[in-house]
Design a protein around this ligand. Structure first.
Ligand code: TYD
Ligand code: MG
Length: 456
C-alpha cells in the first residue's frame, strides 16, 4: 500500500520517500528529492529523436557512418549580438535557456527578437508572468510589429503543449520556466521537480516537432535552487544575461552551447525603447576613464574571437588590521593574491601590509592570464600613487618568478588597442613576430621590474 503512494525519490541514490523533504534520509544529500508522477499517469519518456520508446522491439545501436545527417539549420534572430553568442544564429529544433536575475531584461530581449523572427516564422510567446494585454503594451513600446506573433498567457504545461501542437509555430518562447506547472505533480510551480519536468516536455517538443524553443529562467539569489543551474545539463544552450542593477549595460554570455563556442559575449544597453546593441564594447567600457589618476591600467582581453579593452582599477591603502582586507571583482581572487605576492617579492613593493581592492570596470569578468600585467601595474600605480600614462595599455601573463610570458592573439589585441587611440603598449619581450600597427609603440619587457620601471 505504502509503496503505491510513494511519488518522491532522491535523484542521487534513488531512495523513495513518502513526502518531499529537504534532505535525503538515505544518502544525506540536500535538495535532491523530486517528485515523479503517479505510476498510472506516467508516460513512456520520449527519446531525444522524438520517438516514443514503446518497449516493443529492442533498441539497436547504429554505426556512426550509417547515421544520416543534415546540416543544422540556423536562422538569424535579428540581434547580431545574440546571434554571436548563439554561435551564428539560433539552430532549428534547439532549446535555449536564457537565465538571469529578475528585472535584468530577459523578457525585453525575447520580445524584441520577435520583431525580426515573425517576419519569416510563426512565433508563439507563452507568458506565465504577464497578461496578453501587458505583453501587447510592452510590444508597442518596443515597436515590435509582429504579424506572425501569437500570445498565450498560460501556466499549465498540458495547455501549452496543446496550444503548440495546434498552432505549430516555428519558434516558441516560454517566459518563465518557474511559472509553469505539470498538473500531474503535486509540488508547486518553481520546485526542482516541476522545473525539470516542464523543461523535459519542452525539450521533447523541440526535438519532436523541430520547434526552436527559448526558455526564460530566473536565477535566484543563491543561483541554484530551481534556477537555470539545475537545467543546464538538459538543454542545448544556456545563456546568462548579466549586468549591474545600477548601470544600463547588459552582458549576454553563453555558459553552454552544443552548436558553437561558449566564450563569446554580447553587449547591450538598456534604453527607453528596449535593449540596444553595443557593437563597440571597448569604447563603452573605456568611457569616462580617468587618465591622470593613480591605480588604473587598460588591457585587452579576448572574448571569443573579439578583442575587448577593459580598465582594471586597484586601490592599495595601509591596513589597520593584522589581516589586510582583500576584495576583488571581475578577476580571479586567487590569481590576484598570487600577483600581490609576486609584486612584493619580485617587484620589491611592500604591498603585503596594505588593504587591496581590485575591480574591472563595467561588470566585465576577465579570466585570462593576459590581464595579469595590467593588474600588477594598476596595483603598483596605486601603491606609488603615480598615474599610468593615459595612452598606455599593458598585456602579458605574469609568472611566479616575476617573468612575463607571451599571450595568444597578440596582433588582434594590438590592433584593437591602436584603434582606440592608445600609442604605447607594454608587451612581453618574447612575443614572437608581432604586426605592430603604425603609431603604436611597443615597450618590450622581460619581467615586472622592467615593466614597473617603464611606466614612470
Ligand atoms: P524585463 O525584461 O521585464 O526583465 P526580466 O524579464 O529579466 O525580469 O525588464 C525589466 C526592466 O527593464 C525594468 O526594470 C525596466 C527596464 N526596461 C527599460 O529600461 N526599458 C524598456 O524599454 C523596457 C521594456 C524595460
Ligand atoms: Mg520577465
Amino acid at each position: 500500500m505504502a509503496k503505491e503512494k510513494t511519488v518522491f525519490f532522491c535523484t542521487d541514490c534513488g531512495n523513495e520517500v513518502l513526502r518531499w523533504q529537504g534532505q535525503c534520509p538515505a544518502c544525506g544529500a540536500w535538495n535532491t528529492i523530486v517528485e515523479k508522477p503517479a505510476a498510472a499517469k506516467s508516460k513512456a519518456p520520449k527519446s531525444a529523436s522524438g520517438r516514443r520508446d514503446s518497449g516493443i522491439g529492442v533498441p539497436r545501436a547504429r554505426r556512426i557512418s550509417d547515421v544520416e545527417t543534415t546540416a543544422e539549420l540556423r536562422f538569424e534572430t535579428g540581434m547580431s549580438e545574440l546571434d554571436r553568442v548563439l554561435g551564428g544564429g539560433a539552430v532549428k529544433g534547439s532549446l535555449v535557456l536564457v537565465g538571469g536575475a529578475p528585472g535584468i531584461g530577459k523578457s525585453t530581449l525575447m520580445l524584441q527578437i520577435c520583431d525580426n523572427l515573425c517576419r519569416f516564422a510563426n512565433v508563439l510567446y507563452v507568458s506565465g508572468e504577464e497578461s496578453e494585454r501587458q505583453i501587447k503594451l510592452r510590444a508597442e513600446r518596443l515597436r515590435v510589429r509582429g504579424e506572425g506573433l501569437y500570445l498565450l498567457a498560460e501556466t499549465n504545461l498540458e495547455n501549452i503543449l496543446e496550444a503548440t501542437e495546434e498552432l505549430k509555430p516555428d519558434i516558441l518562447i516560454v517566459d518563465s520556466i518557474q511559472t509553469l506547472y505539470n498538473g500531474d505533480l503535486t509540488t508547486s510551480p518553481g520546485s526542482v521537480g516541476q522545473v525539470k519536468d516542464c523543461t523535459l516536455a519542452l525539450m521533447n517538443l523541440a526535438k519532436g516537432m523541430g520547434i526552436t524553443v527559448f526558455v526564460i529562467g530566473h536565477v535566484n539569489k543563491e543561483g541554484s535552487i530551481a534556477g537555470p543551474k539545475v537545467l543546464e545539463h538538459m538543454v542545448d544552450c544556456v545563456l546568462y544575461f548579466e549586468g549591474e542593477q545600477h548601470t544600463t549595460y547588459r552582458i549576454l554570455r553563453a555558459a553552454k552551447n552544443r552548436f558553437g563556442a561558449t566564450n563569446e559575449i554580447g553587449v547591450f544597453e538598456m534604453a527607453d525603447t528596449g535593449l540596444a546593441e553595443v557593437p563597440n564594447p571597448s569604447e563603452m567600457l573605456l568611457e569616462g576613464r580617468p587618465t591622470d589618476t593613480p591605480g588604473t591600467c587598460v588591457t585587452c582581453a579576448m572574448e571569443g574571437v573579439r578583442p575587448i579593452l577593459a580598465e582594471v582599477q586597484a586601490l592599495l591603502t595601509p591596513s589597520s588590521f593584522n589581516m589586510p582586507r582583500r576584495m576583488v571583482s571581475g578577476v580571479d581572487f586567487n590569481r590576484t593574491m598570487l600577483l600581490l605576492a609576486v609584486l612584493e617579492k619580485r617587484g620589491g613593493l611592500l604591498v603585503n601590509s596594505c588593504d587591496a581592492y581590485v575591480n574591472v570596470v563595467g561588470g566585465l569578468a576577465l579570466d585570462e592570464p593576459a590581464v595579469d600585467l595590467a593588474i600588477v601595474i594598476a596595483l603598483a600605480s596605486s601603491f606609488r600613487d603615480k598615474p599610468v600614462p593615459g595612452d598606455l595599455a599593458a598585456i602579458g601573463e605574469v609568472g611566479l618568478t616575476g617573468e612575463l610570458r607571451s599571450v595568444n592573439n597578440l596582433n588582434q589585441r594590438l590592433s584593437e588597442i591602436h584603434r582606440l587611440g592608445f600609442t604605447k603598449c607594454i608587451v612581453p619581450a618574447r612575443c614572437g613576430k608581432a604586426i605592430v600597427p603604425d603609431g603604436l609603440q611597443l615597450i618590450k619587457v622581460r619581467n615586472i621590474r622592467e615593466a614597473l620601471a617603464a611606466i614612470v
